[in-house]
Design a protein around this ligand. Structure first.
Ligand code: C5P
Length: 301
């Protein structure tokens, strides 16, 4: 079976004060973008569970530290499945860039295993087993979104997912600097800067009218509360963002905890021209479709 795992961007990301467990309540509008990892999964019967992950990005671990292995283990344990499961992961989404690549890979493998093993894991209606969204939430804050994409408002740690229409602006450029931002450090700096206020989370924006806005008007409304701490940790990132804003004459926002930056366009040719304008040796720039209509399971061979 071949699976597509899309990247995401946080169009809008508001963060509240830390909870007792140190995590932060979120209000975020996320949208998939047309940049994909692919996974191939096959299984053979075996008396015990064996998971083999092969990844073309040699900098990533292929043991229990990889979210794909953890997702497979969690699914098989919850569903009492044994077998020899082989997964080949081809990475295109840069790791640690705020694009949710690892989370999307995990959601894709959960979806694929569910298809392969049929009713193995309950769909949330059964009482005896954990549902796919429950398993996803144990793996990371962004994983449940990918079960429900392509466009959703997420609350809680990110696990409360409410689909919304995709933006009318269907094109974006992703600007990828050669350095990353550590997510735990960004949240710690957010706390140190005392930025978590209850008002960040309520009232919610009028999503319905936001989805209909032309790209430039939508960009003017979008906020990312992790920008201030990320830019305080990595001032070069803010410098890149400002330079791109000047060159493109429109707001440029950060996705997640960075370091990927983005801006949106109504038309593909506008996005292509913009991408050429900002491209340079130390700044990758790609044009992506927002919320692309795709089949996540490519084939079942
Ligand atoms: O869930 P994820 O793996 O993305 O979280 C990485 C880290 O970011 C967490 O360990 C936590 O320190 C921080 N985090 C947070 N509040 C969230 C999501 C993440 O404090 N809602």
């Amino acid at each position: 079976m071949r699976l597509l795992a899309p990247a995401k961007i946080n169009l809008h990301l508001r963060v509240g004060p830390p909870m007792a467990d140190g995590f932060h309540p979120l209000l975020t509008w996320m949208c998939t973008v047309g940049l994909f990892d692919t996974l191939e999964v096959s299984n053979q019967s075996a008396a015990s569970l064996q998971i083999h992950l092969d990844c073309d990005d040699l900098s990533l671990p292929t043991d229990g530290r990889n979210l794909v292995v953890r997702a497979t283990q969690l699914f098989c344990d919850a569903s009492k499945i044994t077998g020899s499961i082989h997964i080949r992961l081809r990475k295109t989404i840069p790791a640690g860039g705020g694009l949710g690549g690892g989370s999307s890979d995990a959601a894709a493998i959960l979806t694929g295993l569910r298809k392969i093993f049929g009713g193995g894991c309950s769909d949330g209606r059964g009482e005896e087993r954990e549902s796919l969204p429950q398993l996803a939430a144990q793996l990371g804050s962004d994983v449940p979104f990918f079960l429900d994409g392509p466009s959703a408002v997420c609350r809680g740690r990110g696990e409360i997912v409410r689909p919304v229409a995709a933006p009318a602006a269907q094109w974006g450029i992703l600007l990828m600097p050669p350095f990353g931002v550590s997510t735990p450090q960004a949240y710690r700096r957010f706390d140190d800067m005392n930025l978590g206020h209850a008002e960040n989370l309520a009232p919610e924006p009028p999503w319905q009218s936001w989805t209909a806005l032309p790209a430039i008007e939508l960009m003017q409304r979008l906020v990312n509360d992790l920008e201030a701490p990320a830019f305080s940790l990595v001032p070069e990132l803010d410098a890149v963002r400002r330079q791109c804003e000047d060159k493109l004459a429109r707001p440029v926002r950060m996705s997640g905890s960075g370091s990927t930056l983005f801006t949106l366009y109504d038309r593909r040719d506008e996005a292509e021209t913009a991408s050429e304008k900002v491209q340079r040796k130390d700044l990758g720039s790609v044009v992506v479709a927002l919320a692309p209509a795709i089949e996540l399971i490519l084939n079942e061979v």
